[in-house]
Design a binder for this molecule. Structure first.
Ligand SMILES: CCCCC/C=C/CC(=O)SCCNC(=O)CCNC(=O)[C@H](O)C(C)(C)COP(=O)(O)OP(=O)(O)OC[C@H]1O[C@@H](n2cnc3c(N)ncnc32)[C@H](O)[C@@H]1OP(=O)(O)O
Length: 400
């Protein structure tokens, strides 16, 4: 957060001029490129750290001022510990930005700073063309997620729902992993973040088995915990700072549809459909759709979807403003990724600031709506209507 603060301050007009003048291989990088690493920086990953310091020299692509400030700060913290120099004067813009970045690391231990420096450089290397080696898919794939495949390439972080055999139905584990993935994507070096699904579905929405795993506290506790999880999950989308793109590769159901109102671009294959069968399930809208859908498509069409469960084709969803553009399924991936790669090269800060301007004035309202929708759903989940509908789904399956 503190580093974001630095970039925020740099957005001011004086500071902007100063930051433009930050040279890639000069003032900010001098300490990082000198190999006089102090003895106090010695530790478990000293070799990796030294190697990372060397690798910074090999980057052909300028990583941008924000990253250079991070590198500078982490290097200083790793080698000298917490910021120990007087704060530069107000008009010494470059040194002040560097000091701010270093000072923002507070008491971060040297060892952690070294590791963070190594991780940052490793991330830069993967997006840099300095390496002649083509990285394998396995290298690009982010570890630590069981239900998602996360990759970062061409300044795009792709979060792919990965339960194709279950039509990418969202389990509680998946909600949690998505929240973690969004948190990580908000801080990584990508310019845009993309959601998509593996297999023939984008997502069949909430996994109905989520309602069958009852804790010792009973269904009331289950409903309460689910409402908290839902609220936190949707909050992450409301607050996500970078352009968020849905690449809807196939049918979408329930929460996978409603949340689209919080995305910045929605590209759909002509195979995709959009279905919110809430009344069939004894449930009510979530994902802020009770507000975003009437706003996007007008109340009449929103009612058809959210109350009467009308399933829209991709073309209809486009006509109603929920989808940005529809592509033939045969060329969907190629066309969409070509477009996104071009967009990802646009100015990162300008895109993020534009998103803030467009979205920020509604954030408070969206959080309130999300809290209210989650509260109402907590009650609905305890209703006979909802319980019967879930049981119906499983008994239909059992009969097959
Ligand atoms: C923390 C809690 C937050 C809660 C937020 C609330 C959100 C509200 C919603 O999202 S409401 C929407 C809920 N979703 C549904 O009602 C969809 C249910 N699924 C279906 O209707 C169908 O499966 C289908 C139309 C999506 C696909 O039908 P098809 O015949 O093509 O495929 P199968 O039914 O054979 O599906 C393959 C296997 O996947 C399982 N599965 C699919 N979707 C879900 C799901 N949402 N929940 C649980 N399981 C699902 C399906 O049971 C099959 O499993 P099997 O192979 O073991 O039989």
């Amino acid at each position: 957060m503190a580093l974001v603060g630095v970039s925020g301050r740099l957005a001011g007009c004086y500071c902007l001029r100063a930051v433009r003048s930050l040279p890639f291989c000069s003032s900010l990088q001098v300490p990082a490129l000198q190999l006089h690493i102090s003895k106090t920086a010695m530790g478990a990953c000293q070799k990796d750290f030294e190697s990372a310091v060397n690798q910074v020299k090999l980057l052909k692509k300028d990583p941008g001022n924000e990253v250079k400030l991070k590198l500078y700060a982490l290097y200083k913290q790793a080698t000298e510990g917490p910021c120990n120099t007087p704060k530069p004067g107000l008009f010494d813009l470059i040194n002040k930005a560097k000091w701010d970045a270093w000072n923002a690391l507070g008491n971060l231990p040297k060892e952690t700073a070294r590791q963070n420096y190594v991780d940052l450089v490793s991330g830069l290397r993967s997006s840099s063309d300095s390496s002649s080696q083509v990285k394998s898919e396995a290298d690009k794939k982010r570890a630590g997620y069981d239900t998602l495949v996360i990759t970062s390439e061409d300044c795009i972080t792709k979060i792919m729902l990965n339960r194709p055999a279950k039509k990418n139905a969202l389990t509680t584990q998946m909600y949690r992993e998505i929240m973690l993935a969004l948190e990580a994507a908000s801080k990584d070096d990508s310019t845009i973040t993309v959601f998509t699904g593996n297999g023939d579905y984008y997502s069949s929405g909430n996994d109905l088995t989520n309602f069958t795993d009852i804790p010792p506290g009973g269904i009331e506790e289950k409903a309460k915990n689910s409402a908290i999880l839902l609220r936190d999950f949707v909050d992450c989308f409301i607050d996500f700072p970078k352009p968020l793109v849905a690449v809807v590769n196939g049918p979408a159901v329930g929460i996978a549809v409603t949340i689209l109102g919080l995305f910045d671009l929605v590209y759909a294959s002509d195979r995709a459909t959009f279905h919110t069968p809430f009344s069939h399930l004894g449930q009510t809208p979530e994902g802020c759709s009770s507000y975003t859908f009437p706003k996007i498509m007008g109340p009449a069409k929103a009612v058809e979807m959210l109350i009467f469960g009308k399933k829209l084709t991709a073309g209809e969803a486009y006509a109603q403003g929920l989808v940005t553009e529809v592509f033939p399924d045969s060329t969907f991936q190629k066309e969409v990724w070509t477009r996104l790669k071009a967009y990802s090269k646009l100015s990162q800060n300008a895109m993020h600031i534009s998103k803030q301007i467009i979205r920020n004035h509604e954030k408070e309202k969206l959080h309130a709506i999300n809290a209210e929708e989650s509260r109402i759903l907590q009650e609905r989940w305890l209703s006979d209507e909802c319980m019967n509908a879930v049981m119906d789904f499983f008994s239909r399956k059992a009969k097959l």
